[in-house]
Write a protein of this length. Structure first.
Ligand SMILES: [Zn+2]
Length: 269
């Protein structure tokens, strides 16, 4: 697939850069390399869709194939609504328009957006771009754009230095806040993953449980420290902190203790 070819070319350039930039200013190099990679990957995605249709407004550029375009208006509306809601919470305005690609073929989206082996996703965020599997006449699922835009905003706010559980928890929290929909509400767990396990290979864990835990922790942070607590953690991630340092500085609590508190009432159910 040509996108992969151009990305692998990009990967070689990036590896060279990584070697050149290794060590002295490690974190800044990582941020630099990530934003460079993101820029290349994003350009590759959209280059692939050069013959597709394009719809553009102040906030987004939508690329899609095929004749029907019935989703353009609802998607534009969802993007506008989501950005309004996300601005209230994150107080962040993206510098660029967000690229959204409607993929007619799920396999193609899955490959290009590097989706894991979890349950099929209706949409995904990857490297500055949002992919949506063509709903083929049905409306785009409520909350999907809000969820993916939360990943987009957090990625840019942290320069990519963010653990998967945090961004997934925040995206699910936004779905709850705006649409009152709670992830795996009926699922009860007597135990959860440790923070260390969650920060291992997140996407290989039991998806429903790992996502529920992430959501509960972010919700706990918001309810006890406000969105300001979440924004402070994000600011610390941007400075290069790992979770323990970011949480300790923002909320004056140990991250493991925060997880215990956030999950104790859930475990007691
Ligand atoms: Zn997500």
């Amino acid at each position: 697939m040509s996108v992969f070819r151009s990305i692998s070319k990009t990967a070689v350039i990036i590896l060279l850069l990584m070697t050149m930039l290794a060590n002295p200013v490690k974190y800044n190099s990582r941020v630099f390399i990530y934003s460079l990679y993101k820029g290349f990957a994003r350009a590759s995605f959209t280059r692939e869709y050069v013959d597709s249709h394009e719809a553009e407004d102040d906030e987004m550029r939508l690329l899609y194939e095929g004749k029907h375009s019935d989703f353009v208006k609802p998607v534009a509306y969802d993007v506008e609504t989501a950005f309004d809601k996300l601005f209230e919470d994150f107080q962040y305005i993206p510098k660029d328009k967000v690229d959204i690609i409607i993929y007619p073929d799920y396999e193609e989206m899955s490959h290009i957006m590097a989706l894991g082996s979890g349950s099929p996703a209706l949409g995904a965020y990857y490297c500055g771009t949002i992919g949506i599997h063509d709903p083929k006449g049905a409306p785009v699922k409520q909350g999907l754009i809000l969820h993916e835009l939360t990943h987009y905003i957090i990625d840019y706010m942290t320069s990519g230095n963010v653990p998967a559980w945090f961004t997934e928890g925040a995206a699910l929290y936004e779905e709850y806040r705006v649409y009152k929909r709670e992830w795996a509400k009926s699922m009860d767990y007597s135990d959860f993953y440790s923070l260390k396990e969650l920060e291992g290979d997140f996407y290989k864990l039991d998806e429903i449980k790992a996502y529920k835990e992430s959501y509960l922790v972010v919700k706990y942070i918001v309810q006890n420290y406000g969105m300001e607590g979440v924004r402070k953690i994000i600011a610390n991630f941007k400075e290069g902190d790992a979770t323990h340092a970011a949480v300790k500085d923002a909320l004056a609590i140990d991250a493991d203790a925060l997880f215990d508190k956030a999950l104790e009432s859930e475990k007691a159910k």
